[in-house]
Write a protein that binds this ligand. Structure first.
Ligand SMILES: [Ca+2]
Length: 282
């Protein structure tokens, strides 16, 4: 698949066909402040719409490298075919990367082939608990950032993806897990935690993205607290082999504006928060 001659000639970990087919759905990450789709996250699906869990269940240890590479290639090819204009966010498992600079070759190759700018790619690091060697994750993040990709730490606040990761890792973005977001408009404890995260992110600096936003009330609280980048069923479910447009998410802003005393800024304006790179791909 790739020309990664940098590891002992060819390491062959990611070579060969997968014994199953898969495709991608794309879920918008929304910028509430500007009322636009900021990016799309690629989410793996079966070719008949089977869930990510179903497909990942087919990935045995010896297929892990191949699957990780194939996911990136599929996501970039499909996003390009569908005419996606926003940055593309791709999940990856750090334990599927043997050596960051070698294992990126297939990604660079497909990006060149379809004309996808590498600075329009963000890698979301998931399942950090599977990698006992923190230095390995740090090396991947540093290498990817040096290559111009954005890097996000996924599922932050859930399970093992926690505060101590930030002592050694320097991602561009933190994706705040649904477990911290749910009910944030009324839950005082979550409000305290989220407010602290906002201060922390501003100081580091890291851009926050709230995941799993499901109601107008949650979206509004998060936005007014200073987290304009949001993702979740409230805005849009993942679209199977399709890319949604700004018009497809306008219903969400209308619902937010129907809440008492909520006024969203007009499209394209930048009010409310100082955010280091809300408009960038990182
Ligand atoms: Ca993710």
């Amino acid at each position: 698949m790739s020309q990664c001659a940098r590891v002992q000639g060819r390491c062959k970990r990611c070579e060969g066909a997968l014994p199953f087919a898969f495709t991608m759905a794309f879920q918008p990450i929304v910028d509430v402040r500007q009322r636009v789709i900021h990016a799309h996250e690629a989410l793996v699906r079966g070719i008949n719409g089977e869930s990510a869990g179903h497909i990942i269940g087919l990935v045995t240890d010896d297929l892990l490298y191949r699957f990780d590479q194939a996911c990136r290639v599929k996501a970039i090819e499909l996003a390009s075919e569908l005419g996606m204009k926003t940055p593309l966010s791709i999940n990856f498992l750090p334990n599927a990367v043997y050596e960051p600079e070698a294992c990126i070759q297939a990604t660079l190759e497909v990006s060149r082939r379809v004309g996808w700018p590498t600075d329009n790619l963000v890698f979301e690091i998931t399942e950090t608990e599977q990698v006992p060697n923190r230095d390995h994750i740090r090396d991947i993040i540093d290498a990817y950032k040096t290559m111009g990709f954005g890097v996000a730490l996924d599922d932050f606040g859930n399970g093992y993806a926690n505060l101590d990761l930030l002592t050694t890792l320097y991602p561009n973005k933190l994706k705040i897990d649904r477990s911290l977001v749910m009910g944030c408009d009324t839950d005082k404890r979550r409000q305290v935690l989220l407010t602290s995260l906002i201060q922390l992110a501003a100081a580091l600096p890291i851009t926050l993205v709230a995941e799993g936003v499901e109601t107008a009330e949650e979206a509004t609280w998060l936005y007014q607290a200073g987290i304009p980048l949001q993702q979740g069923f409230f805005f849009a479910r993942p679209a199977f082999e399709a890319v949604l447009t700004d018009a497809d998410i306008e219903h969400a802003f209308a619902a937010m504006e129907r809440l008492p005393s909520v006024t969203l800024p007009p499209i394209g304006s930048t009010l409310f928060v100082s955010d280091p790179d809300v408009t960038g791909a990182s």
